[in-house]
Ligand binder design. Structure first.
Ligand code: MF3
Ligand code: CO
Ligand code: CO
Length: 282
């Protein structure tokens, strides 16, 4: 989500069942039933991203990927949340190479060596499951491969910082420390977000910051972590189409995203994928 729509860190917590269905600035706490519904919504987003692994190769257009996501949604009776969201007209975001996020699907073929992020959010029975991952188009260069590994690990390190008592700042600090130790940089202009019945809700999950800052985590919170990591400088700009965010220095950028829920002892990953985990540990 966009930095311009962030609000402060002084937050109130509310029972998600009784709170109004719009962004009130409060942080919703969800019950067991909500967690089950989120597993279903998130699981389907993960399943779609898994299926894309088999189709992404040189020559495929991002438009074809978008159509695949739309068809997948229809088959499973869910809605792509990005379709008509704030004027966005596609079922997914496809961000190639130096595109940081919010890339618009188009009739442009992927090329050997490209790296691609596909970001899918499905609304299932009113619940949003939001996840993205990176795809290697054919063989990629060593630097690109390293960036993808660093970014996935950054997400995992962020997730490990999630447990009641820790703060959102602990997540950001853990991610930033790791990414910068790998001589990469964290994008500041976009952040993770509360999610559930709403697509983009409180709190904001910054992928940088100071340990102890931000909102104290509680059981029942649901949000995304979605670090964007650049090989070069952290700065981005948005192109004249109003969506496509690119690195200012045109260095490569990568992103992985999971939707998670805070439990008593840590968190559950609603968008978990065995296929992604297997590829990560290979
Ligand atoms: N799925 C993106 C996120 O992780 C949001 C995309 S909004 C769009 O928050 F309008 F660009 F599609
Ligand atoms: Co998101
Ligand atoms: Co997303």
């Amino acid at each position: 989500m966009d930095i311009n729509r962030r609000r402060g860190d002084m937050v109130e917590f509310v029972d998600a069942d009784t709170a109004p269905a719009r962004n009130t600035g409060q942080v919703r706490l969800y019950n067991e039933a909500a967690f089950e519904a989120m597993h279903k919504a998130g699981g389907l987003a993960a399943q779609c991203l898994d299926a894309l692994e088999d189709m992404i190769e040189p020559g495929v257009t991002t438009q074809a990927i978008d159509e695949f996501v739309m068809d997948f949604a229809k088959q499973h009776d869910v809605l792509p949340a990005t379709l008509y969201y704030r004027g966005f007209r596609h079922s997914t975001c496809t961000s190639i190479n130096h595109v940081v996020c919010h890339g618009i699907p188009a009739q442009k073929a992927l090329r050997e060596g490209d790296i691609l992020n596909v970001d899918v959010t499905f609304i299932r029975d009113g619940w949003h499951g939001d996840s993205s991952r990176m795809y290697r188009v054919g063989q990629v260069r060593r630097a690109a491969d390293r960036l993808l590994k660093v970014t996935l690990k950054a997400l995992q390190i962020g997730i490990e910082a999630v447990k009641p008592g820790n703060t959102t700042g602990d997540i950001g600090a853990a991610i930033q420390d790791y990414v910068e130790s790998e001589r990469c940089s964290v994008v500041r202009e976009f952040c993770g977000h509360g999610v559930g019945r709403l697509f983009h809700d409180m709190p904001n999950i910054l992928h940088y910051g100071r340990a102890g800052d931000g909102v104290r985590l509680q059981k029942g919170m649901i949000f995304t972590i979605e670090p964007m990591v650049n090989l070069g400088r952290p700065h981005v700009k948005v192109l004249s189409d109003g969506w496509t965010a690119v690195t200012r220095d045109r260095s490569l950028s990568a992103q992985y995203e999971h939707t998670i829920g805070v439990t008593e002892s840590g968190c559950e990953i609603f968008t978990a994928s065995e296929r992604l985990d297997a590829a990560a540990s290979a």
